[in-house]
Design a protein around this ligand. Structure first.
Ligand code: ADP
Length: 396
C-alpha cells in the first residue's frame, strides 16, 4: 500500500510517498514558493535528485505538479496516481473537536475552516491542500486529516483552562490546545515499544526540542498536560519565540514602543527566544559555538533554555505524581547531548541520572540513563511524516 503525506504551508506543499509494505520512502520533496515564483525539489529512492523552477500560481497546481512528478516516466516512482491508496494531511488545528485523526468529509472540512482564527497561517493552507488533492486524485481516494492538536485533547480541564473570565474563554474558544501532537504521540508510543514496556500505568515526559519546542506529560499513553498553549508561542523559550512570559509585559512594551498588535506579535514570535537574548542566532549550533568563544549572552540563552526545560519536566513529575521515562526528540533533543545533560542534571534529586558515556554523541534511538537511574531516559528520533502515514493507513 502506498500513502502520500502532504504538509501544506502558506506557500509550500511538502510531500513524502511511503510504501507501507516495506517502510521505504519512495519519494519526497517540496513544491515551494507557491504564489511567488515556484520551485520544485524532488528526491526518489531510485536516485533522482532534482530542483527546478516551475509555475506555481496556487496549491491546486502544486498538488497536480507533485502527482505528475511522482508518475513521471523517467524520474517517477509510480506509474499511475491510482496506486496512491490514501493521502494523509498534516493539519495544524482541530480545535477541541478531534482527539484522533479522521477521514476527511464535509464536517471535518467545516471544523478545519472554523479553526482558521486559531491557526491563521496554517489551517487555510492545510484545507487548500486537502481540496486540491480531492480535485486532482481519482474520486473516492481517502483523505485523512492528522491534527497537531489532537494528541493533547485528553488533557483535563484543570490543565487546559486559562484563568480568564470564563465567558471570554468560551466566546473565543481560548484554552490550552498544545502542538507537535503527532510527534509526542509517535515518540511516546515508540519509547514504550523500544523499552519493551506497556504504557499502562506509565508516566512519561516527552521533550520535543527543535526550532519550536514543547513538552508533554503522558500518563497511560495519554497526554495530561503540555507546554504550548492557545498558540505555539507558550512554554519554554525557543529559537525565536519568547515562551512563557509575564503577560503584562505585552501591553507594557506596546505602550512604550508604540507597537500595533501585528508588530508585538512579530516581536514575540520572531525576534525573541534564544535569538533575542543572545543577539547571535536561533540555531543552537551557532549558540554553542559563540558560548565556547566566550559570548556571555549566548551562554545565558543556553542556560535559560535548559533551566526552563528542567522546570517543566519537574512540574510534570508533580502533575503525574512521578516520572518513569523521559524522552528527547527533534533537532536539539536528538543531537545535542549537552542540552540533554543540562536539563536532566537538576532532576537527579528525583532519580533521573544520565550516563555520560551513553549520552555523549548519541543521535539515534538509545537509552542514555545510567544503570542505577530510577527514571529511564531515552532518545527517540521523531518522524512526523511516517506517523501521519501510519495513522492514515490505520484509518483506511
Ligand atoms: P523545526 O522545529 O524547524 O523542525 P528542528 O527539529 O529541525 O526544528 O530543530 C532545529 C534545531 O535543532 C536547531 O536549533 C539546530 O541547532 C538543532 N539541530 C538540528 N540538527 C542538528 C545537528 N545535527 N546537530 C546539532 N543540532 C542540531
Amino acid at each position: 500500500m502506498k500513502i502520500l503525506v502532504i504538509n501544506c504551508g502558506s506557500s509550500s506543499c511538502k510531500f513524502q510517498l511511503f510504501d507501507m509494505d516495506t517502510g521505504v520512502v519512495l519519494a519526497k520533496g517540496n513544491a515551494d514558493r507557491i504564489g511567488i515564483d515556484g520551485k520544485l525539489s524532488y528526491k526518489s529512492s531510485k536516485g533522482a535528485d532534482l530542483e527546478k523552477d516551475v509555475e506555481l500560481p496556487n496549491h491546486k497546481v502544486a498538488v497536480k505538479l507533485v502527482l505528475s512528478q511522482l508518475t513521471d516516466p523517467e524520474t517517477g516512482v509510480i506509474s499511475d496516481v491510482s496506486e496512491i491508496s490514501a493521502v494523509g494531511h498534516r493539519v495544524l488545528h482541530g480545535g477541541k473537536f478531534y482527539s484522533e485523526s479522521v477521514v476527511v468529509n464535509d464536517d471535518v472540512k467545516r471544523v478545519i475552516r472554523e479553526c482558521f482564527p486559531l491557526g491563521p497561517l496554517h489551517n487555510p493552507a492545510n484545507l487548500t491542500g486537502i481540496e486540491a488533492c480531492e480535485s486532482v486524485l481519482p474520486a473516492g481516494t481517502p483523505q485523512v486529516a492528522v491534527f497537531d492538536t489532537a494528541f493533547h485533547m485528553t488533557m483535563p480541564p484543570k490543565a487546559y483552562t486559562y484563568a480568564l473570565p470564563y465567558e471570554i474563554s468560551e466566546k473565543y474558544s481560548i484554552r490550552r490546545y498544545g502542538f507537535h501532537g503527532t510527534s509526542h504521540r509517535y515518540v511516546s508510543k515508540r519509547a514504550a515499544e523500544f523499552l519493551g514496556i506497556s504504557t499502562e500505568g506509565l508516566k512519561m515526559v516527552t521533550c520535543h526540542l527543535g526550532n519550536g519546542s514543547s513538552f508533554a506529560a503522558v500518563k497511560d499513553g495519554k497526554c495530561v498536560d503540555t507546554s504550548m498553549g492557545l498558540t505555539p508561542l507558550a512554554g519554554i523559550c525557543m529559537g525565536t519565540r519568547t515562551g512563557d512570559i509575564d503577560p503584562a509585559i505585552v501591553p507594557f512594551i506596546m505602550q512604550r514602543e508604540g507597537l500595533s498588535p501585528e508588530e508585538i506579535d512579530t516581536l514575540l514570535n520572531k525576534k525573541s527566544g534564544v535569538l533575542g537574548v543572545s543577539g547571535v542566532s536561533s540555531d543552537f549550533r551557532d549558540l554553542a559555538k559563540a558560548a565556547s568563544e566566550g559570548n556571555e549572552r549566548a551562554q545565558l540563552a543556553l542556560d535559560m533554555f535548559s533551566y526552563q526545560g528542567s522546570k517543566i519536566v519537574g512540574s510534570y513529575a508533580a502533575a503525574m505524581g512521578g516520572v518513569d521515562v523521559i524522552v528527547f526528540t527533534a533537532g536539539i533533543g536528538e543531537n545535542t547531548d549537552t542540552i540533554r545533560d543540562a536539563i536532566i542534571k537538576p532532576l537527579e534529586f528525583m532519580g533521573a541520572k544520565i550516563d555520560p558515556a551513553k549520552n555523549n554523541g548519541t543521535r539515534c534511538e538509545a537509552v542514555i540513563s545510567a544503570d542505577d537511574s530510577k527514571v529511564k531516559i531515552v532518545v527517540i528520533p521523531t518522524n512526523e511524516e511516517l506517523a501521519i502515514a501510519q495513522e492514515t493507513m490505520a484509518l483506511i
